[in-house]
Design a protein around this ligand. Structure first.
Ligand SMILES: [Fe+2]
Length: 243
C-alpha cells in the first residue's frame, strides 16, 4: 500500500496549510503531491514556499510538485500583465503587485522553475499531475461537466489517473476511456460552500488499484480575513470578502 496526500492551490494561506498538514501528519503518507498555485491572493507567500521546500527536502523523491497559473503570473509579472489584471479583477491585480514585492526572490525563482505537469507511476498505475488540465494549465475541470467534455480535456494524456486543481472545487470523473480524473480542491482558497480547506488522500494497493477520499479541514477563517486585510493594498477588502 502506498499512501499519497495531494494538495493544491494553497495561495499563500499559512493557516490553511498548517491545518491541512496537521491532518496529513495523521494520515502519515508515503508521498506528497502538490499541484501548484502556492502563491497569490493570500497573506504569507514566503511561509508557504519555505514550507513546501521543507517538505520537498524531507520527502525527497516521494515529493512531486508542479507549477500553477498564479505561480507563473508572479514569476513572469510584467507591467502589462499587472494593468490587465488590475482592470479585469482589481483586488487580484493589486495582490499580484504586492506579492511580487513581498515574495523572496529565491522563492519566485523556485516557482518559476517548476514544471507544468508531471507523470508518475506507482505499482503499475500511471498518474499525471496537472494544474488545470493536461492540455492547458488554466483550463477548468469543474464538477458539473459532461463526461464527454472531460474526456476531450484529457485526451492527450495516457495516464490512468489524472490529478488536477485550479478551480478550487473538489470533484471526480470516471470516464468511458477508463481514465479517472480527480480535482483535489484547494487548501488556501477553497470555493466550497463553507470555504474550508480541502485536500485529497489516495491509497494505491500492490496491484495499482486505488481508493481516494477528499478531506475537508476546519479552521479559523476569520483569522485569515484579518491577515489578508492587514496587507493594506488597494481593494484588499474585496479579497478578504472572498473568504
Ligand atoms: Fe488557484
Amino acid at each position: 500500500m502506498i499512501k499519497i496526500a495531494v494538495i493544491s492551490d494553497i495561495h499563500a494561506n499559512k493557516l490553511a496549510l498548517e491545518a491541512v498538514l496537521e491532518d496529513i501528519n495523521k494520515f502519515n503518507p508515503d508521498k506528497i503531491f502538490c499541484l501548484g498555485d502556492l502563491i497569490l491572493a493570500g497573506y504569507n507567500p514566503n511561509y508557504v514556499v519555505s514550507k513546501i521546500i521543507e517538505l520537498k527536502e524531507k520527502f525527497k523523491s516521494n515529493f512531486e510538485i508542479i507549477q500553477g497559473n498564479t505561480d507563473k503570473m508572479v514569476a513572469y509579472c510584467t507591467p502589462e500583465l499587472l494593468e490587465k489584471t488590475k482592470s479585469a479583477f482589481p483586488c487580484m491585480g493589486y495582490s499580484l503587485e504586492d506579492d511580487v514585492k513581498i515574495t523572496n526572490k529565491e522563492y519566485i525563482e523556485f516557482v518559476k522553475n517548476l514544471p507544468e505537469k508531471k507523470s508518475v507511476e506507482i505499482n503499475g498505475l500511471k498518474l499525471e499531475l496537472v494544474h488545470g488540465s493536461p492540455r492547458n494549465q488554466s483550463e477548468n475541470i469543474y464538477p458539473d461537466l459532461k463526461n464527454d467534455e472531460v474526456e476531450d480535456m484529457v485526451k492527450e494524456s495516457n495516464a490512468d489517473l489524472i490529478l488536477c486543481g485550479h478551480t478550487h472545487i473538489p470533484c471526480g470523473y470516471t470516464l468511458n476511456s477508463g481514465k479517472t480524473v480527480i480535482n483535489a480542491g484547494s487548501v488556501g482558497r477553497s470555493m466550497t460552500k463553507d470555504k474550508m480547506p480541502v485536500y485529497l488522500q489516495i491509497t494505491v494497493d500492490d496491484k495499482g488499484q486505488f481508493y481516494s477520499e477528499h478531506r475537508i479541514i476546519k479552521y479559523d477563517i476569520e483569522q485569515v480575513k484579518r491577515h489578508i486585510l492587514s496587507r493594506g493594498f488597494s481593494h484588499v477588502e474585496d479579497l478578504a470578502d472572498m473568504f
